[in-house]
Design a protein around this ligand. Structure first.
Ligand code: NDP
Length: 261
């Protein structure tokens, strides 16, 4: 058995290839940059090719890292397959997959449309299955790998009008435990990060609602909204050898929100 790296060396991602889905903006964008700063080569991704390439170029300029922009729709299994193949050709087989791409749809349950339900399930849940299955084969062949989902505090805390979103995030947390059961024997770890409230495009209506925004600050023991950089340490940890004995877990990065009533 080879000796595991210790100290800060355990967090070093030099030589690793990562894909962060939905990293053209928002949380994913900050996470992609965080992984490059830890040494990884990163595929920056979104549906909009121009936005993904621009974000990859900006990250490469500011960090000097090897980045590439890739575009595909995570709800389309064939597009996922083509997209991963293109990353394999450009950067190598992914060692780290961050399933971050996601959407939100809000409406009271009696008014919730089939279209919104299906969009949420396909984008937030089925995509996690398709991407994880696609990268698992290469990770199994290598005998190592890290799969990290971006879940949500809403997998544990319900609120009006987001039952469908909460259901997808709850399912992602359980899917992560299932991945652990299947993949741990192959030296692969699957974990999730559950963010609290972060100001991004996805939460813009909530940020602009002063009453709700104040509620978030009051309900969060840290007394503020999250800053996307608050998530980077957790991701680097779960992407690195430092977490090799952590598997199937959800790490809440929420300023204490889920710890208190
Ligand atoms: P944003 O809306 O800012 O970014 C979403 C990203 O996902 C974009 O890059 C978007 O690219 C991409 N994306 C969406 N749908 C697809 C698709 N079908 N195929 C490919 N890419 C897609 O969201 P956030 O950064 O806020 O959220 C990121 C993740 O964090 C989500 O999973 C969300 O549920 C989760 N989260 C967010 C919280 C918050 O407070 N913001 C709290 C808890 C969890 P494009 O526009 O090109 O499609």
């Amino acid at each position: 058995m080879s000796a595991a790296p210790s100290g800060l060396a355990a967090f070093d991602l030099t030589g690793r290839t990562a894909l962060v889905t939905g990293s053209s903006r928002g949380i994913g964008r900050t996470l992609a940059e965080g992984l490059t700063r830890a040494g990884a080569r990163v595929a920056v991704h979104g549906r909009d090719a121009r936005a993904a390439v621009d974000a990859a170029e900006q990250i490469a300029r500011s960090t000097g890292a090897d980045c590439t922009g890739v575009a595909f729709d995570v709800t389309d299994p064939d597009a996922v397959d083509d997209g991963i193949r293109s990353i394999e050709e450009q950067l190598g087989t992914p060692d780290i997959l961050v399933n971050n791409a996601g959407i939100q749809r809000r409406a009271p349950i009696a008014e919730f449309s089939d279209e919104d339900w299906n969009a949420l399930v396909q984008t937030n849940l089925s995509s996690v299955f398709h991407l994880s299955r696609r990268v698992a084969a290469g990770m199994i062949a290598r005998g190592s790998g890290k799969i990290i989902q971006i879940g949500s505090v809403q997998s544990q805390l319900a609120r009006p009008s987001i039952a469908a979103y909460a259901a997808t995030k709850g399912a992602v947390a359980m899917f992560t435990k299932g991945l652990c059961a299947d993949l741990a024997p192959h030296g692969i770890q699957a974990n999730a990060i559950a963010p609290g409230y972060f100001a991004t495009e996805l939460t813009r209506p909530l940020v602009e609602d002063e009453e709700f925004s104040a509620w978030v600050r009051g309900r969060t023991p840290a007394g503020r909204w999250g800053d996307t950089v608050d998530l980077v340490g957790a991701l680097v940890f779960l992407s690195s050898a430092a977490s090799d004995f952590v598997n199937g877990q959800t790490l809440y990065v929420d300023g204490g929100m889920t710890a208190v009533v």
